[in-house]
Every structure is written in structure tokens, then in C-alpha cells.
Design a protein around this ligand. Structure first.
Ligand code: NDP
Length: 495
């Protein structure tokens, strides 16, 4: 094992005691409670972050209201140039941010570099482009006039105000930047509440945002657990919540927001995404596809597939070849550039995966490969392949959010689509076939916010993303996010 050396600035940042970032800097902690940030590759405490208390939340909201008053008046071209500058700074600090991210989340260093940093910068530039393209409509009122008077009307798109962006631990940089980009480009201010497991990279990005010219208060970061998130949502000074996380927390967030102030809510939630392989797909292509769909970042991707449907005549060959490939993966430290498979992100998650493996065994699901936690230190889990007995097996129904692919055979395409849709969730799905005409006929039948053909998991800022059924409300990316971050004001004039 040969780990890359941490940059001096990364070591320095980890050694600092951190706290919420409000009004352009980290504020002295007014709460003696600290959260410990733990490296999931070693189980070592690598940094400490003060937990926000109720006063911190009040201060952050007051600052964000001032930030909103100033930033919402900035010219669109100014908003665009600040976001573009921030994207440049993020790229200039690529290695520093990637190392911080890997230390706190256990993500393979190359995933941190290529996705958390590079992709995040691309997304930010895409959002920046929208700043100068937001517009309303000119309308002709429809009813006849009473006495010959005339009417005209138009709509204005106005920023909703102070946004609360609540972020999970799996892509703590990229998801925070999706929310930050959407809010800032529309003229909102934003308070990011990172996961207590992964607060560090966004604290560093908040410093870079000030260097990029963002006024103090337009971006604040409140560090703390779920209660800090709840306090932000229920605060009378916040106007919108953009939440990414699990379905149960999403339901609680939606209820808190509705009860607080009918606060607008976007929910990007989890699911149990399906991948269906038609009979014409070659064995090696199917195995590559399953690894892309289910095992990237150890399956800790909301859009990853967890249910795999393969024709009955091919399922033994596919699961066998997949197991052989997984057995060859080099499991190791995420700071070792040659590792192909790292730890999962935290101890609780590792323990939950252990409980799911036990459940699979108790239900006599067939564990074809893996199915064990690896000896410590570190939160390592074997990549796992399971063959379910029936649609009722727990591993075909409960989200694992881990490196676990559960298979079920199908007999014909009608049954394949019915199985893929047999879930209360619908974030993403994929169909794999060489017959594009067949794929295009099947796509409308699949119940999911995104359906990929011959690919899975790749997100693009130009293509809207979000869930149907219990996987969420609202869309990120494309032009779709604008609806969620702006209010439509109608203006009607008599003349
Ligand atoms: P959680 O739902 O546990 O937490 C998400 C965020 O919500 C964290 O910042 C958490 O804080 C915070 N939170 C917890 N309780 C509350 C509350 N009552 N009010 C407000 N905020 C709260 O998700 P995980 O972090 O465990 O992430 C994994 C889940 O996220 C998976 O289910 C996955 O599918 C989903 N996900 C969905 C995505 C999508 O786009 N659809 C993308 C990525 C992940 P803290 O961690 O500090 O407790």
C-alpha cells in the first residue's frame, strides 16, 4: 500500500478547530459541543467541528437575510462572474479539496478529484450561464374588456429568498455545489447544512467563495447534526428548503417545512433503482454495466442500481462472471491511487450493511459473492452479489446504499418492466440492449425520473434530475431548477 502524501495545507486545515461559517468567516464557537470527523479508512479522528446551537442558527439566518438583500440586487452578469471565478478557484485547489474529501468520506482519491472537484466545477459553470438568461413572459389577458379599456400583463421571476440546503455525506462537495449554484444564480442566499460526517470541504469552499467575490452572508455554512437542519427549516427567516438524503428524513423535512411556514421544499431522496438487461446484451457488456450501475463509489450513489433483472437463461452466467470480476478488485486505502474499492463512509453505515447481510441470510437469499464486513481498522465491506428467491426478499426492497447488487430472473419483457416498476420509489433506472428501437418503446413504461439506456449513474448539468413516486419532489439541473428557486410574480396593467 502506498498512500499519497497529504498536502501541508490539508494537514493544516484538519488541525484547525472548525465552526459554522457565518458572515464571511468561521465564527468562534458559542457551544462547547464538538463533532468529531472520523476518517473511515482508519477510524481515526481527523478533525473537530463545533456543533451549531440555536444562537448559531439565528446568527446564520440573520446574516443570510442581509446577504440576500445585497446579492439579490447584484446584476446578472456579476452573479455569473462570481460563480465562474469560484469554479476557477475550486479547480486551482483541486488536489487540496480532493484530499480533504477523501479524508472525511473514504472516497477513492480519483473519484474525489474527477467527480467531487472537476464535475462540481463543471456544474457550477453551467449554473453560472443561467444568470443572464432568466426571464419572465409577456402575456395577453384573455377576457373581453367592459368599456373599451385594454390590458397587458407580464411575469417576473424573483428569487425566493434564503434557501436552506441540506446535504448528505455521499457527495458532500458536489451536492452542496448543486444547491449553492441553483440558489446563487437565481439571486437567493443559501445556508448549507452539511452532514455531520462530512463538513470539511464545504467549509473550505465557503472561504474560496469569499475570495471569488461573493458578499459575506450570501453563503453561510451551519455545522451540526439533524437538529441544526430542523432548526433552520423551521426558522421564520428561511424561505425554501432543498434537501438531499434518505426517504425517512425527507418525509420529516417535508413535514417540518410545511408545518413551519408552508416553506417551499425540493426533496431529492433515495430509492431502490432497477437495471434491466435484455437478452441481446453480451456477457462482458452486462458485467461492465452492472459494475458501473451498482459498484461505483461502493454503491453510495443515490442513482446507483440495486435491483438487477437478467433473463432466466443468462442469470447464472452473469452473476458468475460478475463475482469473478469483483473478486479481482483491489480493496484498499482510498489515498492509494491503485485501490479500486475503498471503505464505506462511516461506521453506522457499515453496521447497517452488516445487518442487511444478516437479514439476507435469515431469509435464505443466496449470497453468491461477498456478504461480509472486513476486519478493521476502517469501514470496509465486501462487494456483494445476491440472488433473491422472490420479489419479497428484503434485499430487493430495502435501500442498501452500499456495494450490493441483488438479482432476480425474468422470463419476458412484459414481466421485466413490471418487476422494474414494482417499487414505491422511482429515482432512476436503466435498460440495456443493442436494440435501440425496442429501448425507445420500453422507456415510457419505466416509472423513474431518469431512464438511462446502455449507461447508468452519469449525471449532466443540462439534463434535469429528480425522482418520481417516493423518491422526491422537484428537479435539479437543466432549466428545471429555476421553477424551484424563483417565485413567479404576475404584473397586470390597464391602459
Ligand atoms: P440522511 O437522510 O440521514 O441525512 C441527510 C441530511 O439531512 C444530513 O445532512 C443530515 O444531518 C440531515 N438531517 C437528518 N435529520 C434531519 C432533520 N430531522 N431535519 C433536517 N435535516 C436532517 O441521509 P444520509 O446522509 O445518510 O445520505 C444517504 C441517503 O441520501 C440515501 O438514502 C440516499 O439515497 C440519499 N441520497 C439521495 C440523493 C438524490 O439526489 N436523490 C443523492 C444522494 C443521496 P446529519 O447527517 O448530520 O444527521
Amino acid at each position: 500500500m502506498s498512500n499519497i502524501s497529504l498536502l501541508p495545507q490539508v494537514r493544516g486545515f484538519l488541525q484547525r478547530e472548525h465552526s459554522s461559517f457565518i458572515d464571511g468567516r468561521q465564527q468562534p464557537a458559542d457551544n462547547p459541543h464538538y463533532l468529531e470527523v472520523i476518517d473511515p479508512a482508519s477510524d481515526q479522528v481527523i478533525s473537530r467541528v463545533a456543533e451549531a446551537c440555536v444562537h448559531t442558527v439565528d446568527d446564520a439566518v440573520a446574516s443570510s437575510r442581509r446577504g440576500f438583500a445585497q446579492w439579490s440586487q447584484a446584476a446578472p452578469a456579476v452573479r455569473a462572474s462570481v460563480l465562474l471565478k469560484l469554479a476557477d478557484l475550486i479547480e486551482q485547489h483541486r488536489e487540496e479539496l480532493a484530499q480533504l474529501e477523501t479524508c472525511q468520506s473514504g472516497k477513492l482519491i480519483n473519484i474525489s478529484r474527477n467527480f467531487e472537484v472537476d464535475q462540481a466545477a463543471h456544474f457550477l459553470r453551467y449554473y453560472a450561464g443561467w444568470a443572464t438568461k432568466l426571464s419572465g413572459q409577456t402575456l395577453t389577458p384573455s377576457l373581453p374588456s367592459f368599456n373599451g379599456e385594454r390590458y397587458t400583463a407580464f411575469t417576473l421571476r424573483e428569487p425566493v429568498g434564503v434557501v436552506v440546503g441540506i446535504v448528505p455525506w455521499n457527495f458532500s462537495t458536489m451536492i452542496a455545489l448543486w444547491k449553492l449554484g441553483s440558489a446563487l444564480v437565481t439571486g437567493c442566499s443559501i445556508i448549507i447544512k452539511p452532514s455531520e460526517f462530512t463538513p470539511l470541504t464545504i467549509l473550505r469552499i465557503a472561504e474560496l467563495a469569499i475570495d471569488a467575490g461573493l458578499p459575506a452572508g450570501a453563503l453561510n455554512v451551519v455545522t451540526g447534526g439533524g437538529m441544526a437542519g430542523k432548526a433552520l427549516i423551521e426558522h421564520p427567516g428561511t424561505d425554501k428548503v432543498s434537501f438531499t438524503g434518505s426517504v425517512p428524513t425527507g418525509l420529516a423535512v417535508g413535514q417540518s417545512a410545511m408545518a413551519a411556514n408552508l416553506t417551499r421544499t425540493t426533496l431529492e431522496l433515495g430509492g431502490k433503482n432497477a437495471a434491466g438487461f435484455l437478452r441481446d446484451v453480451a456477457l462482458s457488456k452486462a458485467v461492465d454495466g452492472i459494475i458501473e450501475a451498482g459498484f461505483l463509489h461502493s454503491g453510495q450513489i443515490c442513482a446507483a442500481a440495486e435491483r438487477f433483472y437478467v433473463h432466466r437463461s443468462q442469470i447464472e452466467a452473469v452473476t458468475g462472471a460478475l463475482s469473478e470480476r469483483l473478486a479481482k478488485l483491489k480493496i484498499g486505502s482510498p489515498l492509494d491511487e491503485t485501490s479500486e474499492f475503498g471503505p464505506v463512509s462511516n461506521k453506522q453505515h457499515q453496521a447497517r450493511l452488516g445487518a442487511l447481510f444478516a437479514k439476507a441470510r435469515s431469509e435464505n437469499s443466496q449470497i453468491i459473492h461477498g456478504g461480509r464486513l472486513l476486519e478493521g481498522p476502517g469501514c470496509y465491506v465486501e462487494p456483494t452479489v445476491i440472488l433473491a428467491n422472490s420479489v419479497n426478499d428484503s434485499l430487493l426492497n430495502e435501500e442498501t446504499f452500499g456495494p450490493v447488487a441483488t438479482f432476480l430472473p425474468y422470463d419476458d419483457e412484459e414481466q421485466l418492466i413490471a418487476l422494474m416498476n414494482d417499487s414505491p420509489y422511482g429515482l432512476s433506472a436503466s435498460l440495456w440492449t443493442n436494440d435501440l428501437s425496442k429501448a425507445l418503446r420500453l422507456v415510457p413504461q419505466v416509472q423513474a425520473g431518469t431512464v438511462w439506456v446502455n449507461m447508468h449513474t452519469l449525471l449532466d448539468p443540462a439534463v434535469p434530475f429528480g425522482g418520481v413516486k417516493a423518491s422526491g419532489i422537484g428537479r435539479e439541473f437543466g432549466g428545471a431548477f429555476i421553477e424551484d428557486y424563483t417565485e413567479l410574480k404576475s404584473v397586470m396593467i390597464r391602459y
